[in-house]
Design a protein around this ligand. Structure first.
Ligand SMILES: O=C(O)C(=O)C[C@]1(C(=O)O)C=C[C@@H](O)C=C1
Length: 390
């Protein structure tokens, strides 16, 4: 059972917004949840509990308050509830892996057979994967304690950065606790018995189509976007059409009963997608193995500020493995009125950097302290072990 605080929780029966502290318990194995409203006033020491079932898949967007609306309410004595209060964390709770990952639930965007699911299984071979329609739902599932972690593709060695997912990292308050480098071998799939030459068009995720653009042009095959590679395979399987194929994994072919007409059809044999595993709590940084730290920051205006910002890492021999910039949505333009010829307009950017050091290292702490001199905003997205195994 996991517990979290719900201040300002609204009682579904009375619609009374409690000034008290609420607690929620989620039993993710049995998919049950229980919301506890605890009174802080001495005269009213009752605890109200609302129990219900955690919905599957696409209903993950519902908030816990909404779920409580349809559920039975009952009161229990306060003293009986003391045993239910959160226990203090122990050191072993703070490190992610206790060897048994069969209880870990990981949300991913897509349906079974998607590469994101394979990435989750690479990180936690015995985990339970929870499919979600959109990335937003995969994030919310973690935020609502419906699952433990979410997996997110962030960049690909052929297609580059997945920009929308950088934006999601900032919009949500989850922490990167792990990275997964997954070799992606795209296959051309078709309904049983079909020949490669019969395929006139293929369905797949836009990133997967981009990674195979030359091969598909050579074969004269049209490209059509699908939500994810596994949904493409499922659509082809249920359509039964001989001239429509899918680009997806061997695993997706097995799940949806399709023939593999060609393997490794990506334009570069070394096709690797990097995924991030996200959790509610950050990982406590250590120095027992190579670590990476991901940060996002914005800079004050001025000549050479980005140069100075990057120098804080170079000065301490900290290697940067990734830099990405994204427009600041809330403040897209900065207007500087310093001349007689009108005001200058600059686009305002956020910079995302991955550097190869642990936040437990003094040089990393000093580098971020130094960066604060030029940055108007800094957030540490996570410090996590580097994935060195392919
Ligand atoms: O469609 C899938 O199977 C996904 O997991 C998505 C995704 C992506 O978003 O880049 C992941 C890995 C591959 O590079 C292609 C597609």
């Amino acid at each position: 059972m996991a517990l979290r605080c719900l201040p300002n929780w609204v009682c579904p029966q009375t619609t009374h917004r409690s000034p008290l502290v609420g607690l929620a318990e989620f039993d993710s194995k049995r998919r049950r949840f229980c919301l506890w409203e605890c009174s802080s006033s001495a005269s009213q020491r009752a605890v109200t509990a609302i129990e219900g079932e955690i919905p599957y898949g696409r209903e993950l967007k519902k908030s816990s308050e909404e779920m409580g609306l349809t559920q039975e309410t009952r009161s229990v004595a306060f003293h009986r509830d003391l045993s239910m209060l959160p226990k203090p964390l122990t050191a072993s709770n703070l490190y992610s892996s206790d060897g048994d990952d069969s209880k870990v639930q990981i949300s991913f965007q897509g349906i079974p057979g998607a590469y994101s699911e394979t990435a989750a299984l690479k990180a936690y071979p015995n985990c339970e994967t929870v499919p979600c329609e959109q990335f937003e739902a995969a994030f919310q599932a973690v935020e609502l304690w419906l699952v433990d972690k979410a997996v997110l593709p962030i960049e690909n060695s052929i297609g580059g950065s997945i920009h929308r997912n950088y934006d999601l990292l900032l919009r949500h308050r989850l922490h990167i606790v792990q990275e997964v480098q997954l070799p992606v071998n795209h296959c051309l799939l078709g309904v049983p018995g079909v020949k490669k030459e019969e395929i006139k068009c293929v369905l797949s995720h836009p990133q997967a189509l981009d990674q195979c653009v030359n091969s598909l042009n050579n074969l004269g095959i049209q490209r059509v976007s699908a939500k994810d590679t596994a949904t493409a395979a499922q659509t082809v399987s249920s359509s039964g059409k001989r001239d429509v194929g899918a680009i997806a994994s061997v695993r997706a072919a097995n799940i949806y009963g399709l023939d593999i007409l060609a393997e490794n059809i990506q334009d570069d044999a070394n096709n690797v997608t990097r995924f991030l595993i996200l959790a509610r709590e950050p990982m406590i940084p250590r120095t027992d193995r190579p670590y990476k730290t991901s940060i996002v920051f914005s800079l004050e205006e001025g000549p050479g500020v980005l140069f100075k910002a990057l120098a804080v890492f170079a000065l301490r021999s900290i290697n940067l493995s990734k830099i990405e910039s994204r427009p600041q949505r809330r403040r897209p333009l900065r207007v500087v009125d310093g001349s007689n010829h009108g005001s200058a307009k600059y686009f305002d950017y956020l910079f995302y950097i991955d550097f190869e050091a642990s936040m437990a290292e003094i040089r990393a702490q000093h580098a971020l302290g130094h960066l604060q001199e030029f940055a108007s905003f800094i957030r540490i997205l996570g410090c996590y072990p580097m994935d060195l195994v392919r």
